[in-house]
Design a protein around this ligand. Structure first.
Ligand code: NAD
Ligand code: MG
Length: 410
């Protein structure tokens, strides 16, 4: 029985992780949950999974949660209520909860950074969904992983595919994920991308893109922020940096391939030029389950892949003019140091502004580019955690300021 903590339990990754725990009660026991503001769903989750601890990002909601749980206890006295904690310290405590073996990081954005570091410092293994943490704070997270010996398992479908392809290669025997060491035998990674919400739109039509258009993903059902990131292809750019950190491969050997069917989740090319791919329906439960069961596999009744039903898989070159965010991410990744943190924070803020209808879809890359350009003069090549948090704050502020002054330029 593996004891798991789920950070961001009310989100897309969190709810799918809990579905898996429910489906495999003899394999997984949920000991800790953290959530933002969705109390009705959280209460349902507590009833079903009876965790030992629950942490709320917003401390002021604890009395309301307490009341709701008291009502549940009155109806079902056999339920043991969890310890309730809140605020940043509460999230860190839940993330490093003593009885947990593995922590699923389903918080969205850099808000996941400190809880993830707490989990690593406590020596917990991680199922990493919250890519923003690794991208912004790679220079701090990687040494911390080396020190603690925590195993980092990728829950992002592309990185799970790569991880699965590398099982049984010399890489799996000689390298651990995220030690930053060069990967023996791995020549190239091909990250597949569905193409996002606007893949059928001509570039000149993007001027008309609305929030509703950008938050409808053709293949995957995910949280709003990552769905917009998929529409700009920044998600793929972030995943390039994520792959660089996870597999110790340089940026020249990570390619993006548009693959609209999302059946091949990514590919690796080995030194003898053999290419390995992992295939499956676009269903996030698969990579999450693999993190939970690794190095074993569990039997599932889930829909099996039928290539005859699909008929055709297609691939094409991504359009860098239509999607400038990819190049911005490659460039920030190559610059390294604090630049990926600026890229990530500027993107988070620009996407938030877009979702509030304050800027246009096409302004997102402009705002990110501008923040990265301005940061060049202050680049820090080996930042501490405090310095990363500080540039993250600076970049968010810089984007907000530019939006407020209506000073977005091409
Ligand atoms: P989501 O918006 O559906 O859920 C986010 C969760 O984080 C919620 O539980 C929310 O309450 C919590 N949260 C939000 N802000 C918080 C804060 N400031 N402090 C603490 N908790 C907070 O997001 P999601 O789609 O589940 O994505 C979660 C992470 O997983 C992201 O980093 C995303 O890039 C990554 N990811 C998601 C998918 C997917 O299919 N959804 C796939 C790959 C990677
Ligand atoms: Mg992905």
């Amino acid at each position: 029985m593996k004891a798991i903590s789920v950070l961001g339990s009310t989100g897309s990754i969190g709810t799918q992780t809990l579905d898996i725990a429910e489906e495999f009660p003899n394999h997984f026991k949920v000991v800790a949950l953290t959530a933002g503001r969705n109390l009705p769903l959280l209460v349902e989750q507590v009833q079903k999974h009876t965790p030992e601890v629950v942490a709320l990002a917003d401390e002021s909601l604890i009395p309301e949660l307490e009341e709701r749980l008291k009502t549940i206890k009155a109806k079902s006295p056999e339920i043991t209520l969890p310890v309730l904690i809140g605020g940043p310290d509460g999230l860190n405590t839940a993330a490093s909860w003593d009885t947990a073996d593995l922590v699923v990081t389903g918080i969205v954005g850099c808000a996941g950074l400190l809880p993830t570091l707490s989990a690593i410092k406590a020596g917990k293994d991680l199922a990493l969904a919250n890519k923003e943490t690794l991208i912004a704070a790679g220079p701090v997270v990687i040494p911390e992983l080396k020190r603690s010996g925590s195993q980092l398992l990728p829950a992002d479908s592309e990185h799970s595919a790569i991880f699965q392809c590398l099982q049984g290669t010399p890489w799996a025997e000689t390298a651990r994920l995220s030690t930053g060491e060069k990967t023996p035998g791995l020549r190239r990674i091909q990250l597949t991308a569905s193409g996002g919400a606007f893949r059928e739109w001509p570039r000149e039509d993007l001027i008309k893109a609305t929030v509703k258009d950008a938050t409808s993903h053709p293949n995957w059902s995910m949280g709003k922020k990552i769905t917009v990131d998929s529409a700009t292809l920044m998600n793929k750019g972030l995943e390039v940096i994520e792959a660089h950190y996870l597999f110790g491969i340089d940026f020249d050997h990570i390619e993006i391939v548009i693959h609209p069917q999302s059946i091949i989740h990514s590919m690796v090319e080995l030194s003898d030029s053999s290419v390995l791919a992992q295939l499956g329906w676009p269903d996030m439960r698969l990579p999450i389950l693999y993190c939970l069961s690794w190095p074993n596999r569990l039997e599932t009744p889930w829909k099996r892949l039928n290539l005859k039903e699909i008929g055709q898989l297609s691939f094409s070159e991504p359009d860098t003019k239509k999607y400038p965010c990819m190049e911005l991410a490659y460039s920030a990744g190559r610059t390294s140091g604090t630049m990926p943190a600026v890229l990530n924070a500027a993107n988070e803020e620009a996407v938030a502004q877009f979702l509030e209808n304050k800027i246009h879809f096409l302004d997102i890359p402009k705002l990110i580019d501008s923040a990265c350009e301005r940061h060049k003069a202050d680049l820090n090549t080996s930042p501490t955690l405090d310095e990363i948090v500080s540039v993250d704050n600076w970049a968010r502020h810089a984007v907000r300021e530019q939006v407020n002054k209506q000073a977005i330029t091409n």
